[in-house]
Design a protein around this ligand. Structure first.
Ligand SMILES: C[S@@+](CC[C@H](N)C(=O)[O-])C[C@H]1O[C@@H](n2cnc3c(N)ncnc32)[C@H](O)[C@@H]1O
Length: 452
């Protein structure tokens, strides 16, 4: 198992800093070239799909620089999603904590960072498989448009497996089985696997000669006779292999990863507020304005696992920074971000599209709240790596990187380096509002909290 990757990451960082000091504009980089060999993670980061996952190269690079983070120290990702940073932190022998408003993201991140020793895993799997009943006795969970998304035999089989998963007594094993179950839900559904937000497979959308038409027709034929139990067993074996292979590394240093529900309210395991100045290093990629439908893209799994009912989607979405849905009455009055130039820009956007202006203003106001909380828990002198891209709002340039910098500087964090990396594939580019633009370049900015 390799531990690092780049020959001397601290030297690379120094060179980039020097160039930035001379050029005073973002330095173009390609993290895939800076970190040509990724640490072996046994495929654990891909245990479950998640929209806009962070490129693993980025945390691997920064976590290998002793000036930023040293083994045993505490790393925070306040928008942790499926836990890419938390997993890399654990593999680099650091403690990790995070936050995410999506309960499925929290579940995946927790499972990926909780070691389960191979013998216990094998016994747990044997018991689980023996428990799958021929006919389910439990009430089906409330799943949005369930008959639209699942064939009847698939629905029945999912329920039988769910009954066995739910009956698992150990929390860590039950959570692991739940993630494997969630992996299968999407796979056996009638949702198009190429689109993050569920869209039903419809071969007739393509002319009869189009190659996708026959591909989608074949998929539908397979789904009509699919053995859900076989899909589950295969996913179980594969996922167990990934997790148990790393179990030794994940348990050293010991300690559980705590994940809060909201970046604006970081907590400890016992529910109390995370103390001020308790975090050594932050790496995060916050949500983009109006860019991702994190809750909608996970809706089938969220419902099947009972993490929320269809009636609770809106409530969960309301916690989402960057969300797009607001009742008309809420965007009649303008909100003030107090960020240089933004309120004037949004006044112009508002003339054409008051909803887009409201989405952007709310986003920046909520991001400020989150940054305030993050700055509060950082130790003086600690560093923060922020991965964020600029895009368009109402066809106008929306410079998230600059706005983030202004907010963070007011909170006492100083910008020390800005890098620009091309996004090639992060499952990010779902079709968004036509005025929102495509994000194709991300800024990776480094800040340091001032020492009083
Ligand atoms: C760009 S994604 C992070 C992806 C993550 N780095 C990964 O590799 O999977 C942004 C995340 O912010 C989360 N989010 C949105 N609003 C939040 C809030 N108020 N508190 C915490 N997380 C939030 C979303 O659910 C989403 O998972």
């Amino acid at each position: 198992m390799t531990h690092c990757l780049v020959e001397n990451p601290a030297v690379v960082l120094d060179e980039l800093r020097e160039r930035y000091a001379n050029e005073a504009s973002p330095i173009p980089v390609d993290f895939r070239q800076i970190v040509p060999h990724l640490r072996d993670d046994a495929g654990l980061n891909n245990l479950h799909t998640y929209p806009a996952k962070l490129l693993r190269h980025i945390p691997q690079f920064f976590l290998a620089i002793p000036e930023l983070a040293r083994p045993g120290q505490l790393v925070l990702d306040p928008f942790c999603g499926s836990g890419t940073v938390l997993l890399e932190a654990r593999l680099a022998k650091l403690q990790a904590c995070g936050a995410d408003s999506n309960p499925l993201a929290r579940l995946i991140a927790e499972v990926k960072t909780t070691p389960i020793e191979r013998g216990r895993m094998n016994r747990g799997i044997r018991r689980l498989l023996a428990r799958i009943p021929a006919k389910s006795q439990i009430d089906p969970p409330e799943v949005v448009n369930v008959d639209y998304w699942f064939y009847p035999h698939v629905k029945r089989d999912l329920l039988r497996i769910l009954e066995a998963v739910r009956a698992t007594r150990s929390d860590d094993l039950r959570r692991f089985f739940s993630v494997v179950f969630s992996r299968c839900v999407r796979r056996v559904s009638l949702a198009d696997p190429r689109v993050p937000v569920p869209v039903r497979l419809r071969p007739s959308r393509y002319p009869s000669t189009h190659p996708l038409r026959s591909k989608l027709e074949a998929r539908l034929r397979r789904l009509r006779v699919i053995s859900v139990e076989r899909v589950f067993r295969e996913a179980l074996a594969d996922s167990a292999e990934r997790l148990t292979k790393l179990s030794g590394l994940l348990s050293d240093p010991p300690g559980i990863v705590h994940i809060s529900e909201d970046a604006r309210n970081l907590r400890l395991d016992n529910g109390s507020h995370r103390p001020a100045a308790s975090v050594d290093f932050v790496i995060t990629s916050p949500p983009y304005v109006g860019a991702q439908k994190y809750i909608r893209s996970c809706s089938l799994s969220l419902n099947w696992l009972g993490l929320c009912t269809p009636g609770e989607f809106r409530q969960l979405e309301d916690l989402n920074i960057g969300r797009e849905h607001y009742p008309q009455a809420s965007y009649q009055n303008s909100l003030h971000t107090r960020i240089d130039g933004v309120d004037i820009l949004l006044d112009r956007v508002r003339q054409d599209n008051p909803l887009r202006a409201h989405i952007a203003a709310t986003y920046l106001i909520e991001l400020q709240d989150a940054f305030r909380e993050i700055a509060r828990v950082m130790k003086p002198g600690a560093y923060m790596v922020l991965v964020v891209g600029n895009n368009l709002v109402g066809s106008r340039q929306f410079e998230t990187t600059r706005y983030a910098r202004e907010i963070l500087e007011k909170l006492g964090l100083q910008s020390i380096l800005v890098l620009a990396d091309e996004i090639r594939s992060r499952g990010l580019l779902t079709k968004r509002h036509h005025t929102a633009g495509m994000i194709h370049r991300e800024h990776v900015s480094i800040y340091q909290k001032g020492v009083p």
